[in-house]
Design a binder for this molecule. Structure first.
Ligand SMILES: [Zn+2]
Length: 194
């Protein structure tokens, strides 16, 4: 059976898991990533690649997805442009409409749901399911709030330490022209402290 896209209809689903694969476009990612941390803002390096399985039980839709994405940013300490790549496995339980709108007589949360309380509970409207906004939210939640070199390469900012020691050993009269102008605030701070 051909894999589904990230948008599909409830009728496309059965109780047996069905594969889906697709991409979340770079522009769609940037819509939500930009502005997250101001000028050091995140920018997608390309589309997010998503694969997974989906199945239904009556009108409840169970989604297991693996997201691979690369997001560019500038280290908040040393301003180096970096790329944060990650793979994330997520699970979602999608229910029709609003939970409280369930007809009387239907149990809102059965034992199985309670056991899976870690799953995110999402809603879909009508009989069309769009995974893009849901998975995009997962990506946002993975993004570090103050990303430094550590998130990208697992090590502290090499250049930050280099520049600090270069500044320490530079005589006061030495022009700072060779240093990245974005360092100016840091250099000012250092002068005040010394
Ligand atoms: Zn850094």
């Amino acid at each position: 059976m051909t894999p589904l896209d990230l948008q599909f209809r409830l009728d496309d689903l059965q109780e047996d898991p069905r594969e889906f694969r697709g991409q979340i476009a770079t522009e769609a990612l940037d819509e939500v990533l930009k502005g997250m941390i101001g000028e050091l803002g995140f920018r997608a390096q390309g589309p997010a690649v998503v694969t997974g399985n989906v199945y239904r039980s009556r009108r409840d839709v169970f989604v297991e997805a693996e997201i691979t994405v690369a997001v560019g940013y500038d280290c908040v300490r040393c301003l180096d442009p970096l790329v944060f790549k990650f793979e994330s496995k997520v699970r979602h339980l999608l229910v029709p409409g609003k939970r409280e709108a369930a007809p009387t007589g239907e149990v809102a949360l059965d034992a199985e749901d309670a056991a899976d309380a870690d799953d995110d509970l999402d809603c879909y409207e009508g009989d069309t399911i769009d995974l893009v906004p849901i998975l995009r939210e997962d990506i946002l939640l993975e993004m570090p709030m103050n990303p430094t070199c550590v998130e990208s390469q697992g090590a502290a900012c090499a250049r930050f330490e280099q520049v600090l020691s270069a500044v320490s050993s530079t005589p006061e009269a030495e022009p700072e022209a060779a240093i990245d102008p974005r360092w100016a605030p840091l250099l000012e701070l250092k002068k005040k402290l010394s």
